[in-house]
Design a protein around this ligand. Sequence first.
Ligand code: TNX
Length: 500
Amino acid sequence: MTGPTAQAATPLQELVPQPVQVQPRADITFSLTATAKIQLGTGTARKPAELLASILRPSTGYALPITDEVTGDGIVLLDNADPKTGEEGYQLDVTPKQVIIRANSAAGHFNGIATLRQLLPPKAEAKTRQPGPWTVSGASILDHPRYQHRGAMLDVARHFFTPDQVKRYLDQIAAYKINYFHLHLSDDQGWRLEIKSWPDLTRIGGSTEVGGRKGQLHYTQEQYEDLVAYAANRGITVIPEFDMPGHTNAALASYAELNCDGRKRPLYTGTDVGFSSLCISKDITYKFVDDVVREVSAITPGQYFHIGGDEAHSTSDADFVKFMNRVLPIVKKYGKTTTGWHEFIKTTKDTTLVPQFWGTETSDANVAAAAQRGNEILMSPANRIYLDMKYNKNTKLGQDWAGLIEVKDSYNWNPGAYLDGVGEASVRGVEAPLWTETIRTSADIEYMAFPRLAVAAELGWAAAATHNWDRFAPRLGAQAPRWKVQGINYYASSQVPWKK
Ligand code: TNX
């Protein structure tokens, strides 16, 4: 081959993220037909099989029954994958009559299925019946991720998003092998999850948002559990965040006793940061935190609880330490592992906790010291991978405090060699946060997240040695037909050769 544009690319050259090994088998083509079955050779693949069926049944119009018998044509899900595939990898082999996916875990099967979806024609993603053929080019793929944590965050506090809007985003991120979804559930402008022992958090604190819209702008615990299950059925673990001790005006407006002066704060619908703080010296503050962590942990199967901790500009350093010294043991008591914006890590030497770096510099002494002690760092540098940053000065949505982030800028950094003193082995993964001060609709979410969310997924999954913008750009551009079929409102950056 003389170059990516010298001949028509096959779907094997269009995968995002790039797999570890792709061996084309030019002599083989598989076609999914009306008699195909999704065959389970292992119980761990049932949820992945159900997800695949739910995507392919509407578009193909085929019955695609899920069977426990491995026989006949169709898609076969087996265990006993090559140990090289690790916890989350898979092998995918296209034969004339079957596509065989092997993995040693449900996570591996979810990832294999995400690859298979991209090997099928884009119309496979349609919600209505489309004409075939449903061909897959012959290939053997062996794949596993660079990092264990590939994340997306959605801020539902600045603007509230309904469960259906959140599910739409979950569908979109699952297609790129994102395995953690961080929900920013409280901030100055809103408290978004029902806490039964503190009902005014949502009754008052969840009654408005940026811009002043009024409503019941929160999730009941049942709705949250449904979202957690919806994510799990796509291989995604939810990480709930309750930001503290700053970013707490919504709570301070709901309960007078959380304020040092015993007076409720007014609701806030602007976009300033850094003006609020829980009252560090009052015991009721820790009763409040305990109740929130207890109730939320009980309905959160994932290991991580995010305590925020960022921009506590209205809390003194000494108070910040005092606060974290009381809060971190509460999270532990309820069986969860604390993750938080990186500021909190200066208050603890616990190496199991996960600081999320969100700075705009390439060095941070506290984060480097934590990495030296053994903490794993989650990488979200704001000037690289904040999805709310404008692409260029003409972008109507978003902010620019961390800079303008064109698609190439979001790609051209190495998470494993970015922060001084934080090498590859200290990096847990990459998360792309989407703050929503300026974001109000699903179309807005999609415009900021696509294509940069796919970039984050590539950085989190693809092997470091494959990092090359000229080779990545056409693969990214090849996603456009899939996004069009799904009605995803992406930003058609002129840096990317978009496929028609
Ligand atoms: C900073 S990043 C914040 C958020 C804002 C965001 C806007 C971080 C941990 N805190 O409160 O929404 O900037 O880009």
